[in-house]
Ligand binder design. Structure first.
Ligand code: MBD
Ligand code: FE
Length: 283
């Protein structure tokens, strides 16, 4: 067993997220960058760093400590974790400037493609003894004019009731709490799953150590991850949160939005139910 597989304590998750990211380059395509663009953006980035150093009287020991920490971040495979927690929200905000319909949020490091395809009314793959409150998440996928998008894909993944993701923690079967639900002819879907727990950034890796050193908290509120897609329409990547949940107002990844907060209601059978409709714009 490699270290990545040996422990659910995050260092493992960070390393697995690096493998998942490498495997995803084909799906993402590559950014075309002219010399001018590289010079502009990287030049501005370096200037910003220089500005911080000057403004805060950064010392040689601090500079060398930063170098050692960055090396550990790479060696621990935590670049995707660190960047998705502390930087992706700003990239998403830029993308959101041109996006209509359902609000987006960050993808984060734990998406896996090619999960099981499920009919419009479905239960996500779960262990026989899957812990947690039952949650039914239902809704409709429509275009900006309100027309239903038949056969839209609701690609959903989320942590279990202990805050761990399948594929990134060794004790969970592959594909657990992940699936691509195909909406019906009216764009409707109904997904049965369990309520996820808040997610704690692994405290034992470089990202966690930085958070501890700064005295910040390492938590994301409980969330569902979604990619919603339909032929001829721009995909929405987003997350949904739970009203009143812990950390909803202080997400370490700054990825919450008021429009993305569910208020599930207790049903007669004891399960929670929440309805949420997705709106996609034309590609
Ligand atoms: C997560 O579950 C997540 O969604 C993000 C964005 C970062 C780390 C863990
Ligand atoms: Fe997540």
């Amino acid at each position: 067993m490699t270290t990545a597989e040996a422990s659910p304590t995050a260092a493992g998750s960070g390393a697995n997220a690096t493998e998942a990211f490498r495997a995803s380059t084909a799906r993402r395509g590559s950014a075309e960058a002219s010399q001018e663009r590289v010079s502009t953006v990287v030049g501005a980035l370096l200037e910003a760093v220089h500005g911080v150093i000057g403004e805060h009287d950064v010392t040689y020991p601090e500079f060398q400590a930063a170098k050692a920490w960055l090396m550990a971040l790479g060696e621990g495979g935590e670049w995707p974790l660190f960047l998705d927690v502390f930087v992706e929200h700003e990239v998403e905000a830029v993308a959101a400037r041109t996006q209509q319909g359902t609000k987006g949020s960050i993808e984060g490091p734990y998406y896996l493609p090619d999960q099981v395809r499920l009919p419009s009314v479905a239960s996500l793959p779960a262990r026989p003894d899957e812990k947690g409150d039952r949650l039914v998440f239902a809704g409709q996928v429509r275009d900006l004019d309100g027309a239903p998008l038949a056969g839209a894909e609701v690609d959903i993944w989320h942590a279990d009731a202990d805050g761990y993701y399948s594929g990134f923690a060794p004790h969970i079967p592959d594909g657990n709490l992940r699936g691509v639900v195909i909406a019906d002819d009216e764009g409707r879907f109904e997904i049965s799953t369990v309520l996820p727990a808040p997610y704690q950034i692994p405290t034992d890796g470089p990202t966690g150590k930085l958070i501890t050193a700064a005295g910040w908290h390492p938590w994301r509120p409980a969330h569902l991850h979604l990619m919603v897609r339909a032929e001829g329409h721009r995909q929405v990547t987003t997350q949904l949160y739970f009203h009143g949940g812990e950390w909803v107002d202080s997400d370490v990844a700054k990825a919450t939005k008021d429009e993305l907060i569910l208020s599930p209601e207790k049903q007669a059978d004891g399960s929670l139910r929440s309805d949420y409709d997705f709106v996609l714009e034309r590609a």
